[in-house]
Design a protein around this ligand. Structure first.
Ligand SMILES: Nc1nc2c(c(=O)[nH]1)N[C@H]1C(S)=C(S)[C@@H](COP(=O)(O)OP(=O)(O)OC[C@H]3O[C@@H](n4cnc5c(=O)[nH]c(N)nc54)[C@H](O)[C@@H]3O)O[C@H]1N2
Ligand SMILES: Nc1nc2c(c(=O)[nH]1)N[C@H]1C(S)=C(S)[C@@H](COP(=O)(O)OP(=O)(O)OC[C@H]3O[C@@H](n4cnc5c(=O)[nH]c(N)nc54)[C@H](O)[C@@H]3O)O[C@H]1N2
Ligand code: SF4
Ligand SMILES: [Mo]
Length: 712
């Protein structure tokens, strides 16, 4: 029996875990109280890591589909098949790739997803970003010149927070790495501050807030523009230190001219007085932070809304200011030069619908179009890595059909699930306990500048491959180097080139090639921290609170914050048109539960036991009007399909709004998910619409779907 420390890889909070290991099994999980960042916080998902890790349904080795059945094969054989099949396409656009959420939660994905995408050389790159946060990348890309410059609420020093479309008490924060978000929000209240939550549902976060402002789904953009309008109208603009670094203030004033609190009030379902008062409170608070998440991104006007959040923070003196919204400087990153070539979208367009490329990818909602539509460049093969698009992308019925029509599909995934059942080859990565961990993605969003590296707590069994090897192998296959290239030699060459380019010649720390690559990134990073230092500090290191980063972080050609980028301004007329569009009927939104993680943790018994989590929340008045009863079944119909789902009657949701979580629907044939199958739930993406997206970011509309609801 031994104790090991690691970081939970399951959500963005990066909590430190203290694991008890017996006979190569995790037998106990506790929050690591010595963790420099999370200080012992843990949630039910982290606590179930042992069960998740030892899930008997995990694939133990690669499998290949033969006559409709998956049979085990050696890694060599699996890669030989992948090499033969993928390299049979002369036109690389015929191969698509879909990268899912866990890719950003692993060192393997952090180091190698980029090279893999590059090696593929296909226009058909899809990721979960376009069912998630892409609008924020786009708005920040145009405002600051870099898609990764996303400011986060400096929660520990703020006095007032306005939270829109996020439920950090359930999600534990997103684009905001904030272990123990509930504790930190309560601490804000304890020190005399307050927070307000805008949400059509009384979420756990809304219930804990000082004020809950219910809103009509999909209308946050109008509210945000009205808040900006009020900041101008009441002369509350106070740029402070940013004054000399900001361009476009007058343009913003003109852009919000039509969005007074009175003009948006009815559309948002929020009294104009409340809007004015919110603007006053943001401006009056010594330090305030406005934060918007999934309810503001996966909507019709996701990019304008995401932009408006930052504009509001900037105009009220809360951008890049302690206690406001700040830009982290992670240990593996370098400081910037204050100017750059900026950001553009639309360098190419999708073949079928002509959607513009964004960050080198195309909207996930158009994946089925590209697979189904004949012609030159039609997608015939697919690589999925850590993704379950069969459940997570709108119009799932259609996408499932499309996936089953592919000539070849390879999935890097530990499970045989709704997506990978369509694969010809599945390459399973090892469970979390067997892999090294450093959060290349989430330290970018952390509320303190922190770093932590943990080696695998249990050695990888003979015959298993680390996910870094799987990524690397696929990359070399796509580079035409065959299924058995010498990966160590390639990595050594890559490191030597990196050192040469950087003008360094370190003796690098680390026992694997990935450790050496990470060490290189760390030592050439802003603080010059080494891997050895992280190894010597198993509970992480804390480099202090967030610091001001403007203008150094800017990469716009002007060297300024572009407060009114032309690309975003051009969408305002569409937003204005939307202000007067009122549709009839019920509106569907999503939600998360503390015990779920998108689609893939429903196979963990402790997380799915008890009350069913996949229900349709219906307001009490709507329920009686529609003849729905608690525990009964409702039929929910949209343009694309219909589902039957169990009703949960509650006053916690606004009238006219229904809520259903995503990631369920585990009753599909051909999967191996013993526990999840017994708690199948219903796939909400059977009724979300693949034709609806925010055109600026290609992001699916997952909140604000018109539906008809009736007793089933
Ligand atoms: N427990 C758990 N944690 C998770 C995940 C999970 O599945 N389970 N998933 C992870 C992932 S991938 C992500 S991206 C993050 C997301 O993290 P969050 O953005 O915090 O996501 P949610 O918890 O779904 O909270 C979104 C809230 O928006 C509300 N909402 C819906 N539509 C609207 C709208 O139009 N306007 C407003 N103002 N509100 C609206 C919903 O009622 C809900 O309360 O969570 C991460 N963490
Ligand atoms: N209607 C609706 N749809 C939504 C959302 C919503 O709010 N409403 N939210 C959207 C959001 S924010 C997101 S992020 C997406 C998520 O969408 P996806 O990323 O497509 O789906 P996940 O459910 O995260 O599935 C993760 C997959 O990775 C596998 N996996 C788990 N661990 C590992 C690992 O270590 N390595 C590898 N290679 N694979 C692993 C799992 O078995 C699973 O197949 O869903 C989106 N879909
Ligand atoms: S909050 Fe997130 S990182 Fe922390 S224990 Fe839970 S799942 Fe893991
Ligand atoms: Mo997400």
């Amino acid at each position: 029996m031994r104790t090991e420390y690691t970081t939970c890889p399951l959500c963005e909070a990066t909590c430190g875990l203290e694991l008890t290991i017996e006979d190569d099994r995790i037998t106990r999980v506790r929050g690591d109280r010595q963790d420099e960042f999370s200080k012992g916080f843990i949630c039910p998902k982290g606590a179930s890591l042992g069960q998740l890790d030892a899930d008997p349904d995990r694939l133990a080795g690669p499998v290949v589909k033969r006559d409709g059945e998956f049979v085990p094969v050696s890694w060599d054989e699996a890669f030989r098949i992948v090499d033969e099949k993928l390299n049979s396409y002369a036109d690389r656009n015929q191969i698509a790739i879909y990268l899912g959420n866990p890719v950003v939660h692993s060192l393997a994905g952090g180091l190698y997803a980029g090279p893999l995408r590059k090696a593929l050389r296909s226009r058909n790159v899809f990721t979960a970003s376009t069912v998630d946060q892409m609008p924020k990348h786009v708005s920040c890309g145009y405002m600051y010149g870099s898609i990764f410059s996303i400011p986060v609420p400096d929660i520990d020093r703020t006095d007032f927070m306005l939270i829109l479309g996020a439920d950090p008490f359930s999600s534990n924060g997103s684009l905001w790495t904030v272990p123990d978000a509930p504790g930190r929000l309560k601490a804000l209240q304890k020190r005399g501050g307050s927070f307000v939550v805008v949400d059509p549902r009384r979420s756990r976060t809304a219930a804990a807030a000082d004020e809950h402002v219910p809103i009509q789904p999909g209308t946050d953009v109008f509210l945000l523009l009205a808040l900006i309008h009020e900041v101008f109208a009441s002369s509350l603009v106070s740029l402070g230190r940013l004054e000399e670094h900001v361009a476009g203030v007058d343009e913003v004033r003109a852009l919000v001219a039509d969005f007074s609190p009175d003009a948006v009030s009815a559309r948002c379902g929020i009294p104009a007085e409340t809007i004015r008062s919110l603007a006053q409170r943001i401006a009056a608070a010594p330090r305030a932070a406005v934060y918007g998440r999934i309810g503001t991104t996966t909507v019709d006007y996701g990019t304008v809304g995401s932009w408006a959040v930052d504009v509001l923070n900037a105009l009220t003196g809360n951008l890049d200011s302690p206690g406001g919204m700040m830009f982290p400087l992670p240990v593996h990153s370098k400081r910037g030069r204050g100017t750059g070539s900026g950001f553009e979208t639309g360098r190419w367009t999708s073949r079928v619908r002509g959607y513009p490329e964004i960050m080198g990818e195309l909207p996930a909602v158009t994946m089925a179009d590209e697979i189904e539509t004949p012609g030159e460049g039609q997608v015939r093969a697919l690589i999925t890595v850590g993704g379950n698009p069969a459940l997570s992308v709108p119009n799932s019925a259609r996408l499932n059909e499309a996936l089953s029509s592919l000539e070849f599909m390879v999935s890097v995934d530990p499970y045989l699930n709704e997506t990978t059942r369509h694969a010809d080859v599945i390459l399973p990565p090892p469970p979390p306990s067997r892999r090294d961990h450093y959060d290349l993605a989430f330290f970018n969003n952390a509320v303190r500048n922190v770093a932590k590296y943990s080696r695998a707590v249990i050695p990888l069994e003979q015959g298993r491959l680390d996910e870094t090897d799987i990524f690397f192998r696929l990359t070399t296959i796509l580079l035409g180097m065959g299924p058995a290239a010498d990966l160590d030699a390639i990595a050594a060459f890559q490191l030597a080139s990196l050192q040469e380019k950087a003008g360094t010649s370190f003796e690098l720390d680390g026992i694997t090639r990935e450790e050496r690559l990470l060490d290189f990134k760390l030592r050439t990073g802003a603080y010059g921290v080494s891997l050895q230092q992280l190894l010597d500090n198993p509970h992480g290191i804390d480099l202090g609170p967030l610091c001001e980063r403007i203008p150094e972080i800017l990469r716009t050609p002007s060297g300024k914050i572009e407060l009114a980028p032309a690309f975003i301004a051009a969408d305002i007329p569409r937003v204005l048109a939307g202000l007067s569009t009122v549709e009839e009927g019920m509106v569907l939104v999503g939600r998360r539960h503390l015990r779920t993680n998108n689609s893939w943790m429903h196979n963990v018994p402790s997380l799915v036991k008890g009350k069913q989590l996949c229900t349709l929340l219906v307001n009490t008045d709507d329920a009686s009007r529609l003849g729905l009863v608690d525990g009964g079944a409702a039929q929910v119909t949209s343009r694309v399909g219909k589902v039957e789902v169990t009703v949960e009657v509650t006053d916690d949701i606004s009238r006219g709004v229904v809520s259903m979580p995503h990631g369920w629907g585990h009753d599909q044939p051909g999967t191996r998910l013993t526990v999840a199958r017994e708690h199948a739930g219903v796939n909400v993406n059977l009724i979300t619409d693949d034709l609806r997206l925010d055109p600026l970011s290609g992001t699916a509309v997952l909140n604000g779907i018109r539906v008809q609801v009736m007793p089933a």
